[in-house]
Design a protein around this ligand. Structure first.
Ligand SMILES: [Fe+2]
Ligand SMILES: [Fe+2]
Length: 401
């Protein structure tokens, strides 16, 4: 049975959270009223899987509390119930909280959020993954320009001009952004000539995702492995991101969800470039295996590393503090059922977009029929497939960024 600690100063009162866990059998809740009590409980008992904070008054400085939990117990899942958090406060919460839910969420919603966050945590703390990651001498840190852009994005009124100016300071990045935006993938009739114009055209969220992906791909100067093409991987990633965004829009989800899916699609295979760059001899072995035996690349990686590019990428993005939904989509894009998500989400879009993008290529990626069935989305697949086929960009792929 999993254990969850509730920090809820209104425990036992109307507006408290104890009712949320009444019908949940697989979780054992423990309630405390103050941050001090909560930290003591977590320090004394390492078996807590998750902590849920219900901030109801300023007495509980939830953001500071969760930051402290993150520092002392980084593997404990952190959830915040947050209706009364204002926009500005929310920004401070986003880093330390894995998931944010409404205080009026239902029991199944909370249970599902806890299960999903734990499934991701379990995957990212798995031993083979940890061993592989420990062999990578230096994992890169989050690109500084990305942090700056996100800060602007979270301003009360983010400015296209400022975002453009941040990108324009970096000449190499500017050249790459313009190259990508002017490529066939975006099908523009006229040429975009400045980062501000590119931001206007793509939108603030999308340009920031693109900058992140370009940075990830260029930070890892992949050694020239004979069977590995960073340019082809970049084209595949960009196309998958665009397909994923299209699929989310077709499901009439929010713009924010579409942007999350775009980012996750752009980044879903970044673990490949991390592995090919940092452990090239091993990666070459995995690539060779796919030629010798009828196995997918993910299966070959599993055989060689005991983990796959999906997990390595997710691990890196988890370290960088990217939103959990994006980390989840990257982590489980080849085995979505394991994510324990029971509704359409960024993972669904990326899993499907990746499979559609692979159609007709030597390296196949199957869509998981059981997963779509469980989500009752089997019939939607053909509709998505048709829409993506129409939007697919021809064989002239852009150069690697
Ligand atoms: Fe993949
Ligand atoms: Fe892929």
């Amino acid at each position: 049975m999993r254990k969850v600690l509730f920090l809820d100063e209104k425990y036992d009162a109307i507006g408290g959270t104890q009712w949320l866990m009444q019908s949940v059998r697989r979780w054992q809740p423990v309630y405390v009223r103050t941050a001090e009590e909560a930290l003591r409980a977590l320090d004394e008992d390492e078996s807590f899987d998750a902590v849920v904070v219900n901030p109801q008054s300023d007495a509980v400085n939830g953001a500071a509390f969760l930051s402290e939990v993150m520092r002392r117990h980084p593997c404990t899942v952190r959830v915040v119930l947050s209706d009364r958090i204002g926009q500005e406060e929310l920004v401070r919460w986003l880093g330390p909280a894995h998931r944010r839910l409404s205080r009026f969420c239902s029991t199944p919603e909370l249970e599902s959020a806890l299960e999903r966050a734990c499934a991701l945590r379990d995957l990212l703390t798995n031993r083979s993954l940890q061993q592989t990651v420990s062999q990578i001498k230096s994992l890169p840190s989050l690109p500084a320009v990305y942090a700056e852009l996100v800060e602007e994005l979270q301003a009360p009124q983010p400015s296209v001009r400022k975002v453009g100016a941040i990108i324009a300071r970096d000449v190499a990045l500017t050249a790459k952004v313009l190259q990508v935006v002017n490529s066939a993938f975006f099908g523009l009739r006229r040429r975009i000539t400045s980062p501000a114009e590119a931001t206007m055209f793509l939108g603030l969220d999308a340009i920031v995702s693109l900058v992140l992906a370009i940075n990830v791909f260029s930070q890892f100067e992949a050694q020239r492995l004979p069977r590995f093409s960073p340019a082809a991987l970049w084209a595949h990633s960009l196309q998958t991101g665009l397909f994923a965004k299209r699929i989310v829009s077709m499901e009439r989800q929010s713009d924010k969800s579409a942007e999350e899916a775009f980012t996750a699609g752009l980044l879903h295979d970044a673990g490949k470039i991390v592995l090919a760059t940092t452990l090239p001899e091993w990666y070459e072995q995995a690539l060779a295996l796919t030629h010798k035996e009828v196995v997918s690349l993910a299966e070959a990686e599993q055989e060689v590393f005991g983990t796959t590019h999906a997990e390595v990428g997710a691990y890196l993005f988890g370290l960088w503090g990217l939103p959990d939904q994006i980390v989840e989509a990257v982590a489980f894009h080849h085995r979505p059922l394991d994510a324990r998500a029971d509704e359409f989400c960024a993972l669904t879009a990326v899993h499907v977009a990746n499979a559609i993008e692979h159609e007709g290529r030597a390296e196949r990626a199957q869509v998981d029929a059981d997963y779509l069935d469980a989500l009752r989305l089997t019939e939607r697949f053909t509709v998505w497939q048709r829409a993506c086929a129409k939007a697919r960009v021809g064989p002239d792929q852009p150069e690697e960024p």
